[in-house]
Design a protein around this ligand. Structure first.
Ligand code: ADP
Ligand code: MG
Length: 240
């Protein structure tokens, strides 16, 4: 086991079934995410990027193949172990933010904690939790919007709130599925800058999905999804 590899996938396969016809999406994915790096996964819409991310986040099962986090198999682990893996180690952000519309920014940041703890335990720890949520909002430059609801925020602000929420449990790995896909170029660039700062200052390992080559090439390591397989683009990036 290579201690520098946080997340590793070997020969992952996944098909969907439509009208009894098997539609293969992932045909034998090999991937290694190295600790401390920003890795991107680039591919056209419909190429299977989100399907792969769901497998890596243990939100779905591969048909075959293995996924290891710090050497430990997670693809065939119990549901409790898979939930613990996700909740303790991963931050996850999406293109459409997935904020709860009726909650303010800070309530959204606190929501996973409120759901994962008993009411009593949350009540006992609420001051500390609120302090941490404020610190996370401050970290992403959104403290001044703490009381705003998603409908009162811009796209970039909503993504910052989602990033703050993903950082609450102090994850070692951030999985980002097209985090700038719904943002204009400048706002998207600001979000990428923020992710790079979190990578450099907080040693957060990042795996980011994108369909945009120019974003993919800002990474330390880039994989390209093609016909259900991954090609490593690192040689090209080293030249660039
Ligand atoms: P990407 O994220 O690269 O745009 P996806 O992983 O979302 O691609 O989808 C890959 C392919 O799998 C697409 O053809 C899509 O229609 C299909 N697909 C995704 N999810 C499902 C599902 N739950 N059931 C059936 N087909 C699906
Ligand atoms: Mg997708």
């Amino acid at each position: 086991m290579n201690p520098d590899i946080v997340l590793e996938a070997r020969t992952l396969k996944k098909s969907y079934h439509k009208d009894r016809i098997e539609v293969p999406v992932l045909k034998g994915i090999d991937l290694s995410v190295e600790r401390g790096l920003v890795t991107t996964l680039v591919g056209r819409s419909g190429s299977g990027k989100s399907t792969l991310m769901h497998l890596l986040a243990a939100l779905d099962h591969p048909d075959c193949g293995e996924i290891r986090f710090c050497g430990e198999r997670i693809d065939n682990a119990s549901r409790a172990r898979r939930d613990a893996y996700r909740n303790r180690n991963l931050g996850i952000i999406f293109q459409f933010y997935h904020l709860l519309p009726e909650l303010s920014a800070i309530e959204n940041v606190l929501a996973p904690l409120m759901i994962s703890q008993s009411a009593l335990s949350y009540f006992r720890n609420r001051k500390e939790a609120k302090r941490r949520a404020e610190a996370m909002l401050d970290r992403v430059g959104l403290l001044h919007r703490a009381a705003h609801k998603p409908s009162e925020m811009s796209g970039g602000e909503m993504q910052r709130a989602a990033i703050a929420r993903s950082l609450m449990a102090n994850p070692s790995l951030l999985l980002a599925d097209e985090p700038t896909g719904n943002l204009d170029t400048d706002t998207g660039r600001d979000i990428l800058k923020l992710l790079r700062t979190l990578n450099e200052d907080d040693d957060l390992t990042i795996l980011m999905i994108t369909h945009d080559d120019s974003i993919a090439e800002t990474a330390d390591h880039c994989y390209r999804m093609k016909d259900g397989l991954l090609e490593s683009d690192s040689a090209k990036l080293q030249v660039a």
